[in-house]
Design a protein around this ligand. Structure first.
Ligand code: PHE
Length: 354
């Protein structure tokens, strides 16, 4: 027994890994292991012999078992120490620089415009981009034969033969949202409507899809003076400098009187600066809402009046951020988006400066 004991204890001490330990366990105390076989011989002994050999064999078995598990634990500890030594991670290193997307200038400017008008009490309204020709034209005092329909290079939706639903168009401006909002909310009303509009036109300053923001304010005593103040407040907040406006008489079927509005600017060394100098840049159409438009939206023109305007969002984005070509806005070119895009954390606020 002493031989068995010293043989196995030294084998266990020399075991190199967990599988060697397992082999030794089978060899010594497994079903057919050397010690197990010895225990089977107890049956053949005399009771006196058995009284001595039995407890001794049990003690040997226990000793081998605990040597096995102690060695097993020691090997596992050593393996873990070895892993900790060789595998390591410096958690103080800076994070890897993943490419982060940017906010498109149109989205950014739409947010800026909404923040400024919200501050002046205007809510944001929206309407469908596929619009009936009644909302896009008739309700805005543009009857079927009116040249404005042709001028706007309208996209008409395809109609199958026999389809007698009213004709639909891709809206040519955001003005139909005026009608929808007045129908839904009545007067008084103060809203802006940003969104996509469509015209069949394509060159450096025109794309078949572009963005406008409509403004509409209807109340009992609104005048052109309110329009002028509102627009000057808007442009001054947007460009971050006092911006003067110039109103030029114009014509739109849905406003009377109508004015095209220019903002003050200068060209110095080919650089455009808004809010200084003696140059003028046309940026929007506007006027006092035509009585027929109020009527079309079920508002009594004898009681209510107000102004409306429409600005090109892309245009004022180009002016503020020095973006030269309108077409690039819609090319989805990643280099352009990374260059002109905004960080998602750069949320525009009036107090933060737009
Ligand atoms: N809807 C006009 C356009 O797209 C702009 C406009 C809006 C003019 C409101 C007057 C009043 O050109």
């Amino acid at each position: 027994m002493d031989d068995l004991k010293s043989k196995y204890l030294s084998l266990i001490a020399d075991a190199a890994d967990e599988s060697a330990i397992e082999d030794l366990r089978v060899q010594a105390v497994g079903k057919k292991g050397e010690i197990s076989l010895k225990m089977r011989e107890l049956g053949k002994m005399t009771p006196e012999e058995r009284q001595v050999a039995g407890p001794a064999l049990n003690a040997l078995k226990d000793e081998i078992n605990s040597a096995l598990s102690a060695k097993k634990a020691a090997l596992a500890d050593a393996a873990l120490d070895e892993r900790l030594r060789s595998e390591w991670l410096d958690v103080t290193l800076p994070a890897r620089d993943g490419r982060v997307g940017t906010i498109h200038p149109i989205s950014q400017v739409t947010e800026e415009v909404s923040a400024i008008f919200a501050d002046m009490g205007f809510a944001v309204a929206e309407g469908p981009q596929i619009e009936s020709d009644w909302y896009n034209f008739d309700a805005l005092n543009i009857p079927g034969h009116h040249p404005a329909r042709a001028e706007m290079d309208t996209f008409y939706t395809h109609r199958a033969e026999g389809d007698d639903r009213p004709p639909h168009v891709l809206r040519t401006h955001t003005s139909p949202v005026q009608i929808r909002s007045m129908e839904a909310g009545g007067a008084p009303i103060r809203i802006i409507c940003p969104g996509r509009v469509y015209r069949a036109d394509y060159d450096q300053t025109h794309t078949p899809m572009f963005n406008q923001v409509e403004g509409l304010a209807i109340d009992k005593d609104i005048s052109m003076a309110n329009l002028k103040w509102t627009l000057e407040e808007f442009f001054s907040a947007y460009f971050g400098a006092r911006v003067k406006t110039r109103f030029r008489a114009s014509h739109f079927p849905f406003t009377e009187p109508s004015a095209e509005v220019d903002i003050q600017c200068s060209w110095v060394d080919g650089q455009l600066k808004v809010g200084e100098g003696d140059g003028w840049l046309e940026v929007l159409g506007s006027g006092m809402v035509h009585p027929k438009v109020l009527q079309a939206a079920k508002i009594d023109p004898d009681q209510w009046q107000g102004f409306a305007f429409g600005v090109g969002i892309d245009r004022i984005a180009m002016l503020k951020y020095g973006i030269p070509d309108l077409r690039a806005f819609f090319d989805s070119d990643l280099r352009w988006l990374r260059h002109y895009g905004f960080s998602a954390l750069q949320v525009p606020t009036l107090h933060g400066g737009l």
